[in-house]
Design a protein. Structure first.
Length: 323
């Protein structure tokens, strides 16, 4: 099933800002990243999906239902970009309150099953020890964890998270990444609005890029980054002046169409890059190096390829790639 489907979705503020004509699909069970510079229209788009903004025009379904339907909202968890919880409440009380907002009766929120659900959710986001402390004394990171707990409380099929890790330290971000992967493992679809490109690179199966309110690209991340392939790099040891020719013989003279020698030093260390269509192709090159007696120190996608893509996309709209 397609969990989110929009067609020409538009919302402006008295004709300005917002986002215009956004058409995209989010497949079930994936982590989808929405990217774009400040003011691109990401939060406006997300608020329409969450039923907080009514579109000016266009069409959309969330969980197969038109926007704002109670039936879909029940299966949707939402973490807004800016939120504040009542200072005098504890996380347990906040979650109880949101259980009521989610349609549970007072009796149901007092049931052992729901109390267990609250404990499990607080544990999931790393707030067990603060379950009965007042929110007023929480750090920004703890508030963000509580926001995530609210989004996850009612076992949603789809979670829409607007900047879920912006206030978290590196440990917190690592934990949230692991949590999002676990959710995907359970079949939950995650729609992530974020500026943290490392998170997108590590987590997202698909992504979209908004700028100036318009959608400039959308699709599987690897396709967006390079038309279905990836830039791969290999760090090798035991490299000799004759190694290139030997490898070239081993692949029937086609080495330069596959690989580029970036640098090699007198100690036999070499850095090579390749454009590969998938991991199997990268694996084939690794086995070629090993069979040729080279030491393979490192093999993996080139870092920062998403950042380069982001800058290219942002630059394309401004008429040039930022330096
Ligand atoms: N309530 C509002 N009233 C008027 N203009 C608004 C309102 N909310 C957003 N805008 C404008 O709409 C545009 C898109 O804003 P939006 O917050 O959706 O972007 P964003 O991509 O989420 O930005 P950021 O990454 O900085 O959070 C901006 O030009 C913003 O000034």
């Amino acid at each position: 099933m397609t969990m989110i489907e929009t067609e020409q979705l538009t919302k402006t503020y008295n004709g300005r800002g917002g986002c215009r004509g956004v058409t995209l699909q989010v497949p079930e069970g994936r982590i989808f990243g929405l990217l774009g510079p400040n003011g691109a229209g990401k939060s406006t788009f997300v608020k329409m999906l969450a039923g907080l903004h009514r579109p000016d025009s266009g069409r959309a379904t969330v969980l197969g239902q038109p926007l704002g339907r109670a039936e879909a909202r029940r299966k949707l968890g939402y973490l807004p970009e800016l939120f504040r919880f009542q200072d005098w409440l504890t996380p347990t009380e906040v979650l109880c309150f949101h259980g009521r907002l989610g349609g549970l009766r007072p009796r149901e929120t007092r049931s052992p099953a729901f109390r267990g659900r609250i404990r499990d959710t607080l544990e999931l986001v790393g707030l067990s020890e603060a379950a009965d402390r007042r929110v007023g004394g929480f750090s920004k990171g703890m508030q963000q964890r509580l926001g995530l707990a609210v989004a996850l409380l009612l076992d949603p099929e789809l979670v829409i998270l607007d900047e879920p890790a912006s206030a978290l330290d590196p440990v917190g971000r690592y934990e949230i990444r692991s949590l999002l992967k676990r959710l995907r493992g359970k079949g939950v679809t995650v729609f992530l609005n974020t500026h943290l490109l490392e998170d997108v690179e590590e987590l997202c199966d698909e992504a979209a890029f908004l700028d100036g309110g318009e959608l400039l690209a959308s699709g599987p991340l690897q396709e967006l980054l390079g038309g279905g392939g990836a830039n791969w790099r290999f760090r090798l040891g035991g490299w000799l002046p004759a190694t290139w020719a030997e490898l070239n013989d081993a692949v029937g003279g086609s080495l330069s169409s596959m690989l580029r020698l970036v640098e090699a030093d007198d100690q036999g260390n070499a850095l090579l890059t390749a454009r590969v269509t998938d991991r199997e192709q990268a694996g084939y090159l690794c086995s070629l190096f090993i069979r040729s007696g080279l030491t393979l120190y490192e093999s993996g996608p080139e870092p920062n390829s998403l950042e380069a893509w982001f800058l290219r996309m942002a630059g394309s709209r401004q008429g040039g790639v930022p330096q």
